[in-house]
Design a protein around this ligand. Structure first.
Ligand code: 8YV
Length: 314
């Protein structure tokens, strides 16, 4: 049996191979998609972050599975999917290690001036070694504040203990299991922001976390502290962040995610030397991408066959 599945970009050959001839894959053109294809579609594979809400779902009356490549599902209206009886699958567990590695990579890069140093070392200005330039901040022994002590946050904490960091965390509710497991201490958001040298954002984007880091929170950070966002751009108020960096309320920021993504090319954050921006590389390793691809397709096929998903988020 063959099913029609929509996906908003061409899938990589590896995923097409995994799909084989289980289904026909058609690229989604948003609301411009041929209505005949929309009404025929039985599956939707979200590869990237297209918004799939009630309007989109109602145009696809035969839809019986949304399989998301990735763990964050803020671009999918889960409530609308539930109301229509459409299961939504995602890939929990597959992205945690790589995203925690990248949290640390950006933390170290911003703390130790790696990107700015790289630009300088390649430039004509680097004519003589000078020990007085580009002094960063120490990572070992520093205080880390993790916001979002879920699976990724825990892995960030594990890496931090190898650097002898003092680990604070903030979460919707304290997580005693994680405290015992990784030696982290719960703090209120203001306490964490006031004490941390590095604040990492590792929570999902939900109505509660949208713009959780705004003017008031950025003002509470130390002028020597760094903000590292591996969550979603929407958890930070970018206007407030620009103001905070200009005013020196914090020392710098490293952002793997932004809202919108990408930022407009003339956005002030793009020209700030105390900011690092990565193009959403959190889970972008060969190994992790392969695992994510397999789970996304396994969920898709299970949904098409009306079987329970391997990992179902709604
Ligand atoms: C993915 C992510 O690369 O899993 C997530 O939620 O943000 C990323 O690691 C992304 O979702 C794929 O589009």
């Amino acid at each position: 049996m063959s099913y029609l599945v929509l996906t908003e970009t061409q899938l990589p050959p590896q995923m097409m191979e995994m799909i084989g001839d289980v289904c026909r894959v058609v690229v989604w053109q948003g609301m411009e998609t041929d209505p005949a294809l929309l009404s025929e579609a039985e599956g939707f594979l979200t590869y990237g972050h297209p918004h799939i809400g009630p309007i989109e779902m109602d145009r696809m009356p035969n839809l019986r599975i949304i399989s998301n490549f990735g763990v964050g599902v803020d671009h999918i209206d889960l409530h609308a999917a539930q109301e229509r009886g459409i299961p939504v699958g995602n890939t929990p567990g597959f992205v945690d290690g790589a995203t925690a590695d990248m949290t640390f990579a950006l933390l170290m890069a911003i703390g130790r001036n790696i990107v700015i140093g790289d630009h300088y070392a390649r430039s004509p200005e680097f004519t003589r070694y000078d020990p007085s330039i580009l002094h960063g901040y120490e990572i070992h022994g520093a205080t880390l504040g993790i916001i979002g002590m879920g699976a990724i946050g825990k892995q960030v904490a594990r890496r931090a203990s190898g650097f002898d960091m003092k680990i604070l965390y903030h979460n919707r509710k304290p997580n005693p299991e994680a405290e015992a497991e990784v030696g982290a201490t719960y703090a209120t958001l203001p306490d964490l922001l006031a004490q941390a040298d590095y604040v990492t954002l590792n929570m999902p984007l939900t109505p509660e976390t949208r713009k959780m880091i705004g003017r008031e929170q950025l003002r509470q950070m130390k002028p020597t502290a760094f903000l590292i966002n591996l969550a979603r751009g929407g958890v930070v108020d970018h206007d407030a962040l620009v103001e905070a960096l200009n005013e020196g309320w914090l020392a710098g920021a490293a952002l793997d995610v932004t809202e919108p993504e990408p930022l407009p090319r003339d956005h002030p954050l793009l020209s700030m030397s105390n900011v690092i921006i990565a193009p959403h590389l959190g889970s972008a390793t060969r190994q992790t991408r392969t695992g994510m691809a397999q789970r996304t397709i396994d969920n898709l096929v299970a949904g098409l066959h009306g079987q329970p998903l391997l990992s179902r988020v709604a």
